[in-house]
Design a protein around this ligand. Structure first.
Ligand code: PMV
Length: 299
């Protein structure tokens, strides 16, 4: 029997632009998905905590199929539990994929290195979703603060992080398709926005190394303006973002595909509670989290 766990994430910068090869920066957060695999039984059985989300099982099934390219897996039971809200931009699909591959790798002694697990998890997401960037799977495998497509890993950020959850479910594939259609219609205009988002992530790396959270927040706000221009923000997310800023966040923006899901604010640790309360009063729920260096782990 093997148990592995993998974290969710927030995007500091770069969602959507990363789909076009621009740079993005994401942080692993301390919400996790745990996968237990047991050999034996009769056939392959998945007991998922995502019962209300039939969309999750394809990730587990595809992950098993990928590992089956290396070892024969006939009889297996997979149990999943998770604290990451689903379909909300916090990387729940990546975490379950990474933890499943990690657990199978260990249980069947496949010998994949972490980079290979991240790549296999990315290919799994690609096959299930049709489109994906390597951000979620890479950060969930490595932990810390990651830069893609460069695949650099920096230490976790050490300021307060507050997440606002609208509870409005969104589809990454649909939002990516909407942005793509806008880009095809106005390639010159939208191309420029993607370039600007990429520039923000380039500036972001240095600011993260210097722990300059005020400037990081400022650029998160600029990034949010550009995401707004792409049409991925909904009024409920805007309410949460403005509430966080009014209560002293260094910066606040959507995290992930938008169209629902979550926003993220960074702030002084001492301000987390006040900002979480303000977000919750504006719309939906909120929670305080922290950045973690712990990526995929065997328990
Ligand atoms: O909402 P999420 O966590 O699925 O993030 C989507 C981020 C996009 O850049 C829009 C797509 C991607 O795969 O990077």
């Amino acid at each position: 029997m093997t148990i592995c766990s993998a974290p969710g994430k927030v995007f500091l910068f770069g969602e959507h632009a990363v789909v076009y090869g621009k740079r993005a920066i994401a942080c692993a957060i301390d919400l996790r998905t745990e996968v237990e695999v047991n050999r034996g039984g009769n056939g392959i059985h998945i007991h998922s905590a995502f019962k209300d989300d039939p969309d999750k099982n394809p990730y587990i099934k595809m992950a098993i199929k990928k590992v089956q390219q290396y070892v024969d897996i006939k009889n297996l039971s997979v149990k999943v539990s998770s604290t990451i809200p689903i379909a909300s931009g916090l990387g729940s699909s990546a975490a379950v994929t990474v933890a499943t591959i990690g657990a199978l790798n260990e249980e069947f002694q496949v010998g994949l290195r972490k980079e290979e697990i991240a790549l296999m998890a990315y290919q799994t997401e690609l096959e299930v979703q049709g489109a994906a960037s390597p951000t979620d799977t890479f950060v969930s495998t490595m932990g810390g603060t990651v830069i893609v497509p460069d695949r650099k890993v920096l230490p976790p950020i050490s300021c307060g992080i507050v997440v606002g959850h609208t509870g409005i479910s969104k589809s990454t594939a649909r939002m990516v398709a909407r942005v793509r259609a806008l880009k095809e219609k106005y390639p010159d205009v939208i191309g420029g926005i993607m370039d600007s988002i990429g520039c923000i992530s380039v500036r972001g790396e240095d600011l993260i190394k210097k722990n300059d959270y005020r400037s990081i927040g400022e650029l998160m706000n600029v990034n949010q303006g550009l995401l707004d221009a792409l049409g991925i923000t909904i009024p409920e997310l805007s309410l949460q973002i403005h509430a966080a800023r009014q209560h002293g966040a260094y910066g606040a923006k959507v995290t992930g595909a938008g169209g629902g899901g979550c926003m993220v604010a960074i702030c002084d640790e001492k301000k987390c509670k006040e900002i979480a309360t303000a977000i919750g009063r504006s719309y939906g729920d909120s929670f305080i989290t922290r950045s973690t260096s712990e990526g995929l782990i065997i328990k």
